[in-house]
Design a protein around this ligand. Structure first.
Ligand code: BTN
Length: 331
């Protein structure tokens, strides 16, 4: 007999059939090896969580609407069982930073592919030590644990892969086509709607684990951003005028991440880089990149085989940059 968690997952998986068809209660109880009363009990509990599930004595159950909340079993139910990224999912109502939560799990030996979402973060962080606002219910804040067989200097490939995967997922769900600002910001109408914070635990020539932290601003309205971000921050809602189903977007992002992670692991980074380059709004621009105390200025020309940016400086030299804070110089 399955425990209640697995029951919820299996019930949601059955209800999420492609046609949204009725699912018979007796079929469910037989397939899951529990009584019809047990199925009914779980359906009742899902209703309490905000799922609208219709019940009919002759036809069974039918999913009518889902709450605007992230629920681990529901995210799992939306994905194929063979997927590595998202094979295990945890959802926190609130955490400090999902990157830290995953780091603790990684140290305890968690398997790669595990994903932690939080409805809100109290200490969400961005690149360059900046804070990352993560208000409840407005966006997707999550981190993925990966254990790639890559050398540390090759891991920029995974940030590049994450950027194209998130871009594709947003496009599939909303038709919005994001631009990519190097290294990993996704922009719509010149405003940032998503960012990636990759953190690494590595030895000299071996990655122990890598944490891919993703923040997507989904349903914020202009008034949800502080004045300091008014000109630079955007959201999918602001760009499209329509609320976006966060759970549907979350599962689509994990599907696309799974695909691009597989591409990188299979030695097909060149394909990923090509997709990145075609969406990149930085290439061809005159840029200034601050890397700690160092400053690189020049024309952004291309990505190299590891995902680093190649910048042609005014002296004609090609500088290779793997990270930093980039601004585009206006003519
Ligand atoms: C950036 O563009 O500066 C990167 C932003 C990354 C934010 C995400 S939200 C989930 C994860 N947890 C964090 O504390 N940060 C990342």
């Amino acid at each position: 007999m399955g425990n209640s968690l697995n029951l919820d997952l299996e019930i949601l998986r059955a209800l999420r059939n492609p046609e949204g068809a009725w699912v018979s209660g007796s079929d469910l109880s037989r397939e899951l090896g529990v009584t019809r009363a047990a199925v009914w009990g779980r359906v009742d509990e899902l209703r309490r969580l905000g799922y609208e599930i219709e019940a009919s004595p002759h036809q069974g159950y039918r999913l009518v609407a889902s709450p605007d909340a992230l629920h681990a079993d529901d995210l799992l139910a939306r994905m194929s069982g063979s997927q590595l990224v998202g094979r295990d999912i945890q959802v926190y109502k609130e955490t400090g930073s999902t990157n830290d939560t995953v780091e603790t799990l990684a140290r305890d030996g968690a398997a790669e592919g595990m994903v932690v979402f939080a409805e809100s973060q109290t200490r969400g962080r961005g690149r360059m030590g900046r804070p990352w606002l993560s208000p409840p219910g407005k966006g997707l804040w999550f981190s993925v644990l990966l254990r790639p067989s890559l050398r540390p200097q090759e891991t920029t490939r995974l940030t590049v892969a994450a950027a194209v995967a998130i871009r594709r997922a947003i496009g599939n769900l909303t038709q919005l086509q994001c631009g990519i600002k190097w290294p990993n910001d996704l922009l719509l109408q010149g405003r940032k709607v998503a960012g990636i914070l990759t953190e690494l635990s590595a030895e000299t020539d071996r990655v122990r684990y890598l944490i891919l932290g993703v923040g997507i601003d989904v349903n914020q309205r202009a008034s949800d951003f502080p004045r300091s971000l008014a000109k630079v921050a955007g959201s999918l809602l602001l760009a499209s005028g329509a609320m976006v189903d966060r759970a549907a977007l979350a599962s689509e992002v994990l599907r696309q991440l799974n695909r691009d992670y597989a591409r990188v692991c299979a030695g097909r980074f060149a394909e990923v880089a090509e997709e990145w380059e075609s969406a990149c709004v930085t290439l061809g621009q005159t840029v200034r990149i601050k890397i700690g105390q160092r400053l690189v200025q020049g024309r952004a020309e291309a990505l190299d085989a590891d995902g680093a940016l190649l910048v042609r400086t005014e002296h004609g030299r090609l500088d290779r940059v793997t990270g930093g804070d980039l601004t585009v110089e206006t003519a």
